[in-house]
Design a protein around this ligand. Structure first.
Ligand code: SF4
Length: 364
């Protein structure tokens, strides 16, 4: 059996208090009896699969903070043997379900970074999305986190939402910037097939408007001192997400719990997203894919070019036994103006124009 040892650990908490209308992640509305069963199962999975020490840990979901204090404490204690001294230990949180007691539990177990769901400061949009918090709740939560010494906070925002105008977006950025957060992730709406938005027949904004919003966001945040270090991510210097950089650098990672994906060498696993199978099946891995070297090389390029730091050429050659320049001669020639080679790395000149560039790497 192959080892599961990786530097990065992800754990998926499959519950939310309510379901946002744009979302179809693997989750269900929190129910105590199911959460208790899930905790038992996840404990086994952690004990069977986690190995050694993880450099970065990420609790996502779902909403980890919709667990009760007791459940959250249990979950983090199962992880303790593997997370001690992690350089970055993040938990996602929503403003309406994070209180001071949960902050103390996070701190007790070494969580040192919070990714907070904000999405928008516009009350009408929050309602349309079925978000159950106001921007005042966000402000209060950020104050509470900072008061308790958890200052490494990332805010999650969305744009290209139905009924969102440029003025609404600008006001949201003004509001969010007033919180003085060191990291922001800003994603455009993707209409997920099983989301309530899709069922209601909502459509994203026109492509031109979406592009204008993206341009406004990137320019505005750069002016405010954020580094645009990945297509959708912005950080003050030193606050780039180490865990996500692991994904973009194409490091291996282990995913625990329902719907979580893992990458170990050339193998990909995705755990079942169904509760019954998760609770009872012996083998919970549903999709196991063995990637060819060609697939791996392209995935590596695709992930790394999303970032400002780009792809490390020496690491690429060491991993695949062929140089990037040699393997992708055609695509490089075609996009010589769109790529920047410097200091042993290659990166995209403009992260907004990544898509057409990657299509040519896929075909090369
Ligand atoms: S966006 Fe987050 S809080 Fe909302 S339903 Fe999806 S996982 Fe739950």
């Amino acid at each position: 059996m192959t080892t599961n040892k990786t530097d990065h650990l992800y754990l998926h908490v499959p519950f939310c208090r309510t379901i946002c209308y744009y979302c179809d992640f693997c989750h269900r509305v929190y129910r105590k009896d199911i959460a208790e069963k899930w905790l038992e199962r996840v404990k086994e999975e952690i004990q069977e699969n986690c190995e050694g020490h993880y450099e970065t840990v990420y609790l996502g979901g779902g909403t980890p903070t919709c667990l009760t204090c007791e459940e959250l404490d249990c979950l983090l204690s199962y992880l303790d043997p593997f997370t001690k001294g992690a350089s970055e230990y993040t938990s996602e949180a929503n403003p309406e379900s994070l209180d001071e007691e949960k902050i103390h539990i996070f701190k007790k177990h070494g969580v040192n970074r919070i990714s907070l769901g904000i999405q928008s400061s516009d009350e009408k949009l929050l309602k349309i999305m079925n978000r159950h918090h106001s921007f005042d709740d966000v402000r209060n939560t950020v104050e509470l986190l900072k008061k308790n010494g958890l200052t490494n906070i990332s805010g999650d925002l969305m744009y290209s939402l139905p009924f969102q105008t440029m003025d609404i977006l600008k006001k949201t950025l003004d509001d969010v910037l007033s919180l003085d957060l060191p990291h922001l992730s800003i994603y455009s709406l993707t209409l997920e097939e099983n989301s309530v938005f899709a069922k209601k027949g909502y459509t994203p904004l026109e492509e031109d408007m979406e592009a204008d919003m993206y341009e406004y966001i990137t320019e505005r945040l750069k002016k405010e001192g954020y580094i645009h270090y990945e297509v959708s991510n912005f950080a003050k210097e030193g606050y780039e997400s180490k865990h996500n950089l692991g994904y973009w650098r194409y490091d291996d990672f282990l995913g625990i719990s329902m719907g979580a994906a893992s990458k170990i060498g050339n193998l990909r696993f995705t755990n079942t997203a169904g509760f019954e199978k998760y609770f009872h099946a012996e083998d919970i891995r549903e999709e196991v894919t063995e990637l060819t070297k060609e697939d791996e090389m392209f995935e590596n390029v695709m992930m790394s070019l999303r970032t400002l730091e780009g792809l490390d050429l020496k690491t690429f050659e060491e991993r695949y036994g062929v140089s990037f320049e040699e393997h992708y001669q055609e695509a490089i020639r075609k996009h010589s103006k769109d790529l920047v080679f410097e200091k042993g790395r290659v990166r995209a000149r403009d992260l907004a124009l990544l898509h057409p560039l990657l299509i040519d790497f896929l075909e090369d």
